[in-house]
Design a protein around this ligand. Structure first.
Ligand SMILES: NC(=O)c1ccc[n+]([C@@H]2O[C@H](COP(=O)([O-])OP(=O)(O)OC[C@H]3O[C@@H](n4cnc5c(N)ncnc54)[C@H](O)[C@@H]3O)[C@@H](O)[C@H]2O)c1
Ligand SMILES: [Zn+2]
Length: 440
C-alpha cells in the first residue's frame, strides 16, 4: 500500500535555556506565597540548587529546581512559605521511611506546624477514595487557606495530592517532591493531576499549578530497577520527538545510568535528567492548559498506553505501556516510510537496551482501535497520533482509518520481533534481550 500523503507537521521547538546557576524569577518576582525578604531563598539556595526554571501557568508561575539536597531545599521553602500556617506531607509508606519521614522530622524540629500521612496507593487503587482521604486528613488537621500540601513520592502520590490541593478550599498551595524517575522528568513537573475512574485511566483530574517542584536525583538510588527503567521510556519519548542530542546521550550512557541508579556521579547523569525536564517543560508551557492545540508532541507513547495499562489491570506499568506505545508508533512511522530502517532500529534498540518492552499480547487491534477513538474524544475529534519522522522530529497522524489500516502489520512486526529477541523481564510482554537479533 502506498504511503498516504500527510501534511508535514513536523514540530521543532527551539531549545530551552538550561540554567547552569539558579535562575532568579523574571522581574524579581517571587513564587506565589513565598514571602519577600532580602535574605530570600535565592542567596541561600545557591549552595544547593543546580538547575532551575520558572514555568508560567496562566496568572501563576512555579519553579522547578534540581538539587542534590531536596529535603533541605524543600524544608527551607516550606518554612518560609507557611509562616504560622500548616503543612500536610502526603507520601507512601516506602517513601516515608526513606525520605519523607526525615523531612517531617526536620520541619517539626524547626517548630513548623506540620503533619504527615501515608497513602498506601498503587495505580490500581488510584481513585477518588484516595483523594478524599487526603482531604479528610487536611480538614482534621485544620489546614487553612494558606496551608500547604507537600506530595513526596511517585507520580501516583503527586497526582492524588494535585487533585486534593485543587479541591481543598477551592485550591490551596502544594509542593511536589517527586521521588521516581517518571515523577522527576514527567509526572511531577507539569500542572496536571488525575485519578482513575470506572477503569478509565486518568478520567478525573485537574489543571492546577504547584507552588514549586523540587527534583533530587539522589532519591533514585533506592528506586527499584523496574521503576527506573520506566522513567527511561519517558526520557526516550521526549528525546525522539524533540531532542536528538538527548537521544544520543541515552544511547551512550543510558544502560550505565540504569545499572547504577544515577548514583556514580556520572558526569552525564544530571544532563540527561535536566535535558528531559527542559524538553518536557518547553512542550508543556506554551499549551499548559491544553487549550491552544490538540497536537501535543508529549502525547507520543500515550495513545495506546492508557488502554494497555487498564486492560492489564495495571500489571503493565505506565512506563512499560508507554514503551510499547512508542514501539507501535515507530513501527507505524516505518510502515508509512516516515523513517528508514536505521532510525526505526535505533528507536527500538534504545527501548530494548533499557530493558523495556516493545509488544504485549494484550494490545490487540481492537484495543488499539478503541484507544484511538478514545483519544479522538479528547484531542479535538482527531487521534493526533504522534509518530517519529526522524530522531528529534515527529509528525501527527490525524486520520483514524489510515492508522487502523496499518496497525495490524505494525503489531505483527513487533510480535515477531519480540519472539525473536526473547527475554522474560516484563509481565505480559516478554521481549528484552539480544540486540543483534534486531538487525536481522
Ligand atoms: N500528572 C501528570 O502529568 C502525569 C504524567 C505522567 C504520569 N503520571 C502518572 O504517574 C504515575 C506513575 O508514576 P510513577 O512511575 O512515579 O509510579 P508510582 O507513583 O506508582 O511509584 C512507583 C513505586 O515506587 C515507589 N517509590 C517511589 N519513590 C521511590 C524511591 N525513591 N525509592 C524507592 N521506592 C520508591 C513507590 O512507593 C511506588 O511503589 C501514573 O499513575 C501516571 O498516570 C501523571
Ligand atoms: Zn507518561
Amino acid at each position: 500500500m502506498s504511503s498516504p500523503r500527510l501534511p508535514d507537521m513536523t514540530h521543532r521547538v527551539a531549545g530551552l535555556r538550561r540554567g547552569a546557576t539558579p535562575v532568579v524569577p523574571p522581574n524579581n518576582a517571587l513564587l506565589p506565597g513565598f514571602r519577600s525578604s532580602k535574605n530570600q531563598f535565592p542567596e541561600q539556595r545557591s549552595n544547593v540548587v543546580e538547575r532551575s526554571q520558572f514555568v508560567k501557568a496562566g496568572s501563576r508561575q512555579y519553579e522547578v529546581i534540581m538539587t542534590q539536597n531536596g529535603l533541605e531545599a524543600c524544608s527551607e521553602w516550606i518554612l518560609r512559605s507557611i509562616g504560622a500556617e500548616s503543612a500536610l506531607i502526603v507520601t507512601t509508606p516506602t517513601v516515608a521511611e526513606l525520605y519523607a519521614g526525615q523531612l517531617f522530622a526536620c520541619l517539626q524540629s524547626k517548630g513548623a506546624s506540620v503533619e504527615i500521612m501515608t497513602i498506601n496507593c498503587t495505580e490500581a487503587s488510584k481513585g477518588l477514595d484516595q483523594v478524599t482521604r487526603v482531604c479528610q486528613r487536611a480538614a482534621e488537621f485544620g489546614l487553612g487557606r494558606k496551608g500547604l500540601l507537600i506530595g513526596v513520592g511517585g507520580g501516583v502520590c503527586t497526582d492524588i495530592v494535585t487533585v486534593a490541593a485543587s479541591w481543598i478550599r477551592r485550591g490551596i498551595g502544594y509542593i511536589r517532591v517527586p521521588t521516581t524517575l517518571i515523577g522527576q522528568i514527567d509526572a511531577g513537573i507539569g500542572i496536571k493531576g488525575a485519578v482513575n475512574f470506572q477503569r478509565k485511566k486518568s478520567y478525573l483530574g485537574c489543571f492546577f499549578a504547584p507552588r514549586a517542584v523540587v527534583i533530587t536525583p539522589s532519591f533514585l538510588a533506592t528506586l527499584p530497577h523496574r521503576h527506573l527503567r520506566e522513567g527511561f521510556a519517558e526520557m526516550i519519548k521526549i528525546a525522539i520527538v524533540r531532542d536528538a542530542a538527548l537521544f544520543e546521550l541515552i544511547e551512550l550512557c543510558g544502560s550505565e545510568l540504569l545499572k547504577d541508579g544515577f548514583q556514580k556521579g556520572h558526569s552525564k547523569q544530571n544532563e540527561v535528567i535536566w535535558r528531559s525536564i527542559a524538553g518536557m517543560l518547553a512542550e508543556l508551557e506554551p499549551n499548559i492548559f491544553e487549550d491552544q492545540t490538540y497536537e501535543r508532541l508529549v502525547d507520543f507513547g500515550h495513545t495506546f498506553s492508557p488502554a494497555l495499562e487498564s486492560i492489564s489491570n495495571f500489571e503493565i506499568t505506565h512506563g512499560e505501556a508507554v514503551s510499547i506505545d512508542i514501539a507501535v508508533s515507530t513501527a507505524l512511522g516505518h510502515a508509512m516510510t516516515f523513517i528508514d530502517d536505521q532510525t526505526s532500529h535505533r528507536i527500538l534498540s534504545s527501548l530494548i537496551t533499557m530493558d523495556l518492552p516493545i509488544w504485549s499480547c494484550r494490545l490487540e487491534l481492537d484495543v488499539c482501535r478503541r484507544a484511538l477513538a478514545d483519544c479522538s474524544l479528547h484531542r479535538g475529534g482527531k487521534p493526533n497520533l504522534v509518530v517519529p519522522a526522524d530522531i528529534g522530529h515527529a509528525k501527527f497522524l490525524t486520520d483514524e482509518q489510515t492508522i487502523v489500516d496499518r496497525l495490524g502489520d505494525a503489531l505483527k512486526f513487533l510480535e515477531h520481533l519480540s519472539s525473536k529477541i526473547g527475554g522474560t523481564s516484563v509481565p505480559h510482554c516478554e521481549n528484552s534481550g539480544c540486540l543483534s537479533e534486531l538487525a536481522s
